[in-house]
Design a protein around this ligand. Structure first.
Ligand SMILES: NC(=O)C1=CN([C@@H]2O[C@H](COP(=O)(O)OP(=O)(O)OC[C@H]3O[C@@H](n4cnc5c(N)ncnc54)[C@H](OP(=O)(O)O)[C@@H]3O)[C@@H](O)[C@H]2O)C=CC1
Ligand SMILES: O=C(CO)COP(=O)(O)O
Length: 318
């Protein structure tokens, strides 16, 4: 068995580092200059500085090298996945494609497994998701994630577990991928209230009402509620809403504090808020916190207006 990671960002690099404890790993990057720099320095200074690449991680800009493996981790921003799959669909048939991306494709409203099934019908689709910062995984800190695959996945679970990375498996791909996607939206909300100085109580309220929205929409889309209560949903919501390591939280914090934010940083929650609001609107579901996040990231309302609008909503049962 062998594994390749497609996408040499922070998360792909961290996965390559931890999986190299089990055997050789190929880490594919689209940019040949980036590959050259990683080979020369022995680290991914662009995306995960300070982490040495182990000897059995081979870095390559040749997709053919990565395709030697049967199991391929997709570790790129969600809005880039459709284009990547279109480009490489012929060569990916027959592979196990494990998405590490947390988001909803804006143009189709699909999550990673539906997108993989649509673009590469001959591939097996799985999702690896849950509370985990790339730096923590790469440093070998204890981490637990959810591996979701529609078919029997015990072998894949063993293949992707390492001495410090513990995987739990489920067949509920919809629930796992929606938990990972949606928590980013509510992390932006949590960051906003903290950045605006509105306090920890307001953050707890938004996290809880956000979780209610996650359950509402995910179960409507076919997810099992218990999946949302697990690592991929509640677990990742807690991590991302409470840590300044999170880029989604930091974007929210900048919005709340009225500060600029570097647009080159990967923040999945802004596009996901748009995709989520479209899905909810089409089904007549109310998701006021996610609607607020979309408006804030589009800069169509101020933080004060957003908070007033939430507080002025009609009183109701919990
Ligand atoms: N960072 C983290 O802690 C975690 C991230 N994730 C998820 O992993 C996914 C990737 O995030 P992360 O690694 O942090 O992001 P980064 O911003 O660190 O890296 C993104 C990577 O994707 C590559 N990329 C961009 N577009 C394409 C494309 N069209 N084809 C191939 N590769 C492409 C980039 O290449 P280039 O350098 O050439 O631009 C870069 O290597 C996201 O969905 C994120 O939510 C999940 C768990 C934790
Ligand atoms: O998904 C993550 C933690 O589980 C990483 O969160 P950010 O993308 O907000 O940094």
């Amino acid at each position: 068995m062998s594994i390749s990671v497609l996408g040499a960002g922070a998360f792909g690099t961290a996965m390559a580092v931890t999986l190299s404890q089990n055997g050789p790993v190929t880490l594919w990057a689209r940019d040949a200059e980036h590959v050259q720099a990683m080979r020369e320095s022995g680290e991914n200074a662009r995306r995960l500085p300070g982490v040495k690449l182990p000897e059995n991680v081979t870095v390559s800009a040749e997709i053919a090298d990565a395709l030697q493996a049967e199991t391929l981790l997709l570790a790129m921003p969600m809005q880039k996945m459709a284009g990547f799959l279109d480009t490489h669909s012929d060569t990916l048939a027959g592979k196990t494609l494990v998405s590490c991306s947390k988001g909803i494709d804006l143009s189709t409203g699909q999550g990673p497994t539906a997108l993989i099934r649509a673009k590469v019908p001959g591939a097996r689709a799985a999702v690896l998701t849950g509370p985990s910062f790339a730096g923590d995984i790469a440093r070998g800190l204890p981490t637990a994630l959810t591996l979701a695959c529609a078919d029997h996945s015990e072998e894949l679970q063993a293949e992707l577990s390492t001495p410090t990375l513990r995987l739990y498996r489920t067949t509920d791909t919809t629930g796992a991928e929606l938990g990972g996607a949606l928590k980013n939206v509510y992390a932006i909300a949590a960051g906003t209230v903290i950045g605006a100085g509105l306090g920890d109580s307001a953050r707890a309220a938004l996290m809880t009402r956000g979780f209610a929205e996650m359950l509402r929409i995910a179960t409507e889309l076919g997810a099992r509620p218990e999946t949302l209560s697990g690592l991929s949903g509640f677990g990742d919501l807690v991590l991302t809403c409470t840590s300044a390591q999170s880029r989604n939280f930091r974007l929210g914090h900048a919005i709340g504090a009225g500060e600029a934010f570097d647009p080159s940083i990967t923040v999945e929650g802004a596009a996901t808020a748009q995709a989520l609001n479209k899905l909810a609107h089409a089904r007549g579901l109310e998701i006021p916190v996610a609607a607020m996040v979309m408006a804030l990231t589009e800069q169509s309302i101020s933080v004060d207006e957003a908070m007033q609008a939430l507080l002025a909503r009609p009183l109701k049962e919990e």
